[in-house]
Design a protein. Sequence first.
Length: 246
Amino acid sequence: MFKSRIFGKSIVSFEKARHRMVEDQLIPRGIRGPRVIEAMRKVPRHLFVEEAFWDRSYGDHALPIGEKQTISQPYMVARMTEALDLTGTEKVLEIGTGSGYQTAILAELAAKVCSVERVRSLFQKAQTSLNRLQYFNVALKLFDGTYGWPEESPFDAIIVTAGAPDIPPSLLDQLKPGGRLVIPVGDRASQMLKKIVKSPEGLAATHLTGCVFVPLVGAFGWEPEGSGNNLGGSLNHVSDDGDHSV
Ligand code: SAH
């Protein structure tokens, strides 16, 4: 058996933890897609958090990743991914790279993933983690993702991993006909996970589940915390130099 050890923990034990995560947290809650399950079994979630959290990285919860942000609970990652209906040919946009874990899951399941993050330190860490794991079908950008990524559009699927006050219009514009958008919408404290399908007849929305995400902060999201009022969709445009990532 493969006995390689990293920092005193065997790779085998993390693999076991991943399999247990799928059996105990995902399958009983209705995650069925074989490709999603395979990706959740494969991607080493612990490598997307600080070593101090490795022991808890396959638990049934979100974990801190610095800058007051979190890596989402495994079930939420699987649920959102499943809702995108990926077959392997798609170009996907993710808003809120965070740790890069959800990005890696998407990279397993789609042809190309474009992911936008507004916090520089998280963007850099995610870039390192994804490079180390050799996810070469991923492009990352440091910017306000409420504008989407016009130069790379259109997308077959868009996933927003932060809670929005409303659906940013640019994301709907950048979705292909037949495309799927999965986004938590609500107030700062809690949201409803929505799936929007863009068809020739228009937009069809389904409500998937209640959820709690960190806020989507930006021109078509929330104001940064402590800045007073919440003007969702305000005129708070930021430049492309990344210096807005506080
Ligand atoms: N998918 C991530 C979850 C990260 S939490 C993971 O698996 O780790 C949500 C992330 O969205 C945070 O990193 C936060 O900084 C980022 N975010 C919030 N508003 C954003 C915006 N307007 N554009 C890009 N990223 C944003």
